[in-house]
Design a protein around this ligand. Structure first.
Ligand code: GDG
Length: 446
C-alpha cells in the first residue's frame, strides 16, 4: 500500500477491477469503465462508500500502480503473469470450475498444475487484501475465481469480517464431489462469515456439504442498477435501422456455451421453415459479446453459432434483407438500451445461469409495458420473473412454442400485464437492495 493511501474500512475483492486499463505510447495509463454483470452490480455501492477494490486489471505482465476511478473508488491492481492467466484464469477458473458449476454442460478438465496456479493466485489476492484492509474492516469477496481467499484471509487477519458471494450456480453435491480439490475449496469458502448464493437451491446444495455452517449460508438474488435503464430512446429510429419489421427479436449474451445461443437460433429457423413467422417482416438481432476466445469450447460454440447465422440468412433472407443481424462485438451501454427498448421479444435461453442480468435489464428498459420476455427455466432470474414466457432450453419445441406465443401475443392486454408485473418486481428488487441485504447480514454476524 502506498504511504499516502489510507487503509479501507470496506474492500471488494474480485477477479477483475471495474476498468479496462490502456497503456499509451507516452507512458501514461488510463482507465475506462468495463462491462459485465459484476461491475454493473457493485459500482454504485462502492461509489457511495468510498471503498477499495482489489482485482486484476485485465492485462498480463506489467501492472499499474494503485489509482482511483472518477467515482472515487481506490483500485489495487493484482498482477497476473501469462502463466497465471493461462492456468488460473483460462484453466482452473474457466475450464474446470465454470463447466463443473454449470452442471457439466461441457466436461470439466481436472489438471493439477492449474490447481497449483489457482492456489498461488488466490494467495496473492488474499495477501493484497490483507495489506489494504483497515483493522476490523469489512471485506466482500466475489465469485468462483477466488473461493480460497476467505480461508486464506481469515488465517492472516482474523479481525476482518469476510463475505463471499458466488455469482454462478453452486452445483448439486453429486457433481461438486467430482472435484479432486473439493476439500480445499470447501475449506476456503468456509473462511467467510457469510456465504451468499444466488438462489435457495444453490444455498441448499452447499449446505448439504457443510451442514455445520447452516447459519452462515444465505440466498441473495442479484439484480441491476435500474436507474441506468430508464432514459428513453428513439425507438422508431432504432427500428428503422432494421427496416421497420413487424417483430424485432433480440438476444444479448457473452458468447458462452451455457447461454444457449445456437439452440434459440435453431428454434427461430424452424419457425421460419414451417412458415409460422414471416421472414420478410421479422428480424432477430443477436449480440454475442466476445468472451474467453482462446478456449476450445468457446471457439467451437462461436463457429456453430456463426454457421447457423449464415445458414438462416442464406435460406430465408433476401438480397437487401438479413433476417438475423449478428454482432460479435461489445456494444456501448447506450446502444444496448436502444436495442432493449426497441425489441418486441427478448430471447434468453441459457442451459444454466446463476441469475442472468440481461433478462432484468430488458424488463427495466420497459416502463412502457411493451415487449415480452422468453426466459429459460434454468436461469436464476426465472425464479423472480414468473410472468415471462418460460421455456426449457433443452427442448427446441418448448423454445419455439414460447417464442411464437410471445410474438403472437404482441400488443395484447395480457402481454402488457405480464411485462408490468415483471417491471414492478425488478424496480423493487434492484442491486442496491441486494447489496444492502448482503452487507446487513455480514455486519450482523458476531
Ligand atoms: C455472471 C453469471 C449472473 C453484455 N454484452 C454487452 C454488455 N453486456 C452486459 C449485460 C449484463 C452483463 O454484461 C451480462 O450479465 P449476465 O448476468 O447476463 O451474464 P454473465 O456475464 O454470465 O454474468 C450470471 C452475473 O454474473 C451477475 O451475478 O447474473 O448468471 O453468469 O449486464 O448488459 N454490456 C455492454 N456491451 C455489450 O456488448 N455495455
Amino acid at each position: 500500500m502506498p504511504a499516502t493511501a489510507k487503509p479501507h474500512d470496506f474492500v471488494v475483492v474480485a477477479n477483475r477491477l471495474p476498468v479496462d486499463i490502456s497503456y499509451h505510447a507516452d507512458g501514461t495509463i488510463s482507465a475506462q469503465p468495463s462491462p459485465g454483470g459484476l461491475v454493473a452490480a457493485l459500482q454504485p455501492v462502492l461509489e457511495q462508500r468510498q471503498g477499495g477494490w482489489v482485482g486484476w486489471p485485465g492485462t498480463v505482465g506489467e501492472t499499474p500502480a494503485p489509482m482511483s476511478t472518477e467515482g472515487g473508488i481506490q483500485l489495487h491492481p493484482v498482477e497476473l503473469s501469462q502463466a497465471d492467466f493461462e492456468e488460473f484464469y483460462e484453466g482452473f477458473s474457466n475450464a474446470t470450475l465454470w463447466p463443473l458449476y454449470h452442471d457439466v454442460i461441457m466436461r470439466p478438465r481436472y489438471h493439477r498444475p492449474w490447481w497449483q496456479a489457482y492456489e498461488r493466485v488466490n494467495a496473492r489476492f488474499a495477501q493484497r487484501t490483507a495489506e489494504v484492509a483497515a483493522p476490523n474492516a469489512v471485506v466482500w469477496v466475489q465469485d468462483y475465481q477466488l473461493q480460497l481467499v476467505p480461508g486464506m484471509l481469515k488465517a492472516m487477519r482474523p479481525d476482518l469480517k469476510i463475505g463471499l458471494f458466488l455469482h454462478i450456480p453452486f452445483p448439486p453435491p453429486s457433481l461438486f464431489l467430482q472435484l479432486p480439490w473439493r476439500e480445499q475449496i470447501l475449506e476456503g469458502m468456509l473462511g467467510a462469515d457469510v456465504l451468499g448464493f444466488q438462489l435457495p437451491s444453490c444455498a441448499k446444495n452447499f449446505q448439504a456439504l457443510a451442514p455445520q455452517a447452516a447459519d452462515r449460508i444465505h440466498a441473495f438474488p442479484i439484480s441491476i442498477d435500474t436507474a441506468a435503464f430508464q432514459q428513453s430512446t428513439d425507438i422508431q429510429r432504432t427500428r428503422a435501422r432494421f427496416g421497420n419489421p413487424d417483430t424485432l427479436l433480440l438476444g444479448v449474451d457473452r458468447l458462452d456455451y451455457t447461454k444457449g445461443i445456437l439452440q434459440r437460433l435453431e428454434a427461430f429457423e424452424e419457425l421460419l421453415e414451417q412458415g409460422l413467422i414471416d421472414a420478410e417482416r421479422t428480424v432477430f438481432v443477436q449480440v454475442a459479446t466476445p468472451s474467453r476466445e482462446r478456449l476450445e469450447h468457446y471457439r467451437l460454440t462461436r463457429s456453430k453459432v456463426e454457421e447457423a447465422v449464415g445458414r438462416i440468412n442464406g435460406r430465408f433472407g433476401s438480397i437487401g434483407h438479413s433476417v438475423v443481424r449478428y454482432h460479435h462485438q461489445s456494444l456501448k451501454r447506450a446502444e444496448l438500451i436502444e436495442l432493449y427498448q426497441a425489441a418486441d421479444v427478448m430471447v434468453v435461453t441459457p442451459f444454466k445461469d446463476g441469475m442472468n442480468l440481461v433478462a432484468k435489464e430488458y424488463v427495466a428498459s420497459h416502463s412502457d409495458g411493451r415487449g415480452a420476455l422468453v426466459l429459460s427455466e434454468f436461469a436464476g432470474a426465472a425464479q423472480e420473473l414468473r410472468t415471462s414466457y418460460l421455456c426449457n432450453p433443452h427442448d427446441i419445441d418448448s423454445i419455439k412454442a414460447q417464442m411464437l406465443a410471445a410474438i403472437n401475443d404482441q400488443g395484447s392486454a395480457e402481454a402488457q400485464q405480464r411485462m408490468e408485473a415483471m417491471y414492478q418486481q425488478v424496480m423493487h428488487c434492484d442491486v442496491e437492495r441486494w447489496a444492502k441485504n448482503f452487507l446487513e447480514e455480514l455486519l450482523s454476524t458476531p
